[in-house]
Design a protein around this ligand. Sequence first.
Ligand code: GDR
Length: 332
Amino acid sequence: MSGKSIALITGVTGQDGSYLSDLLLAKGYEVHGIVRRTSNLLRSRVEHLRNDPAIYGQRFFLHYGDLSDATTLRRIFRKVRPSEVYHLAGQSHVGLSFEIPESTCEEVAMASLRLFEICRDEPQPVRIYHASSSEVFGDAETAPQHEGTPFRPTSPYGCAKAFATQVAHVYRETYGMFLCNGMAYNHESPRRGENFVTRKITRQVALIKLGRASELVLGNVESRRDWGHAQDYVEAMWLMLQHASAGDYVLATGESHSVLDFARAAFAVVDLSADDFLRHDTALDRRSEPARLVGDATKIRNVLGWVPQRRFHDLVREMVLADLALLESSTL
Ligand code: GDR
């Protein structure tokens, strides 16, 4: 690293933002995060950093801001003068984007454009990571998908990500900005939000094991995803910004599993059978689903040497055990 590396993270309190903060702090960075006024920082995923007096206010800083508010964002940029920006914020629930399409597009598409514009005006060189998504490929005609696979999003969320990804590409080509798109497939961990299917499953399995729940209600369990571990994915984000040139990369494991596979593996961790507890609720089915999302991460492996370290069954196990431990330590 040459000079002091200063990172600015949008979405710092999310799963990826918190792991990325851990990673960058371990690498000696000064880390700044943008949080909404409305965010509850208590018991948040960055609480361990906020509670560490050697870190918080020394090398880890939080700034109140909103991606809809360019004036405040520009003030934060002027104060921080980041060398690396990791743009992770935005409404991230695909199913919910059918209920709130306008705000999803504002937060995911327009907010990204706004942020890129601010970065364009920065006096110092700034490298930017944009958290794109496998949802841009949507109803892909081919599998696995790679960086050249055409975008065919199937949700308002996917459309918004496709817009932001293409704008990032245009800004890189037009203005020579160092802007990378990470087309990340699903990535999970014990810090995953409970409204995503993996965490919903592992939490419910733990509750059932402890005798505090009796069923697991899901939508489409035949749906398949390429699930990796969030800690591997934040490593990839960092690697992208260390390379000599900016580019777009698929972040994936290359393995696909169904939601049912995940549920079965999770119940197996606690010696129970999924078939005894699963119930389908059509209200949880999505209006449309990407057909065969699985990624080909050959490019990032060849160019940056990135290979995901954590395997599917280890991920499921880690999440179930973490939920068990969490519930056992709480009185809920
Ligand atoms: P996804 O993740 O939409 O792929 O987006 P999610 O975990 O929400 O859904 C995965 C699959 O599981 C099916 N499913 C259910 N999903 C939820 N949330 N709740 C249920 O009860 C349920 N039952 C079945 C879904 O239909 C779907 O097929 C995630 C997000 O992190 C995005 O932000 C990110 O861009 C993509 O991954 C890559």
